[in-house]
Design a protein around this ligand. Sequence first.
Ligand code: 13P
Length: 259
Amino acid sequence: METKGVTMQHVSRPKVIIGNWKMNKTVAETRSFVSGLGLNSVVRTFQVGLAVPYTMILTAAEAARGTAISIGAQNCSDHDEGAFTGEISCHMLKDAGASFVLVGHSERRQLFHETNALVNRKVKKSIAATLKPVVCIGETEEQHLSGKIENVLHDQILHSLKGLNPSEVEHLILAYEPIWAIGTGKTATPENIQFAHAYCRKVIASEWGKDTAEHTVILYGGSVKPENAAMILEQSDVDGLLVGGASLSLESFNKILNV
Ligand code: 13P
């Protein structure tokens, strides 16, 4: 049996493609995108999700009803309820029709100063609300160039997932998104991506066990386009994609789903 990292051939993990719309789209655009995707997409090959703005969750979930498309949020509160003006709890997201939530996206970490400790609290809240967390990690360009990628990923995984049990880690999704590749058009090479994903799996194996690591879905994100999606998906430790810009157009997102 050939092994790469800790992945063995007999383990079959689901293939997942999630579009992250970030701060884009109106109600009308959401409705037409989701119904168009429901008609055309190849949900046979991939589990497909859309992480939409808070205000679009209900609309997107209604438009996705009867299809295999999952709707998710891009962030959540680390509190359940109360006087937290402007915040949205995991229970509220679930109630509006979300089934997953992005946690610790690099834009949240960088622009809104989210720490690993806050990400960890949000991950725990989402699990408690049965909302699947998609936990985002990744290094900056400077960390990448100075060879700190392993240290950064190690710290982010251990601290963001601190206190979770193996079954919880097995059922969440990890998304490796090198910050220097997000929205820049620079994609990490397939070899770099495979290296980082295999390393993430190794960290999970050492903390939560090999079996857990073999089952955890790890996505890649950062300038994914129809032209590079297939080559990234071919990497043995890549279980899918987290797509930003290219998920905004039905045409390019459909192309990615059909690679
Ligand atoms: P881009 O695909 O636009 O680089 O964005 C990646 C991302 O941040 C997905 O979460």
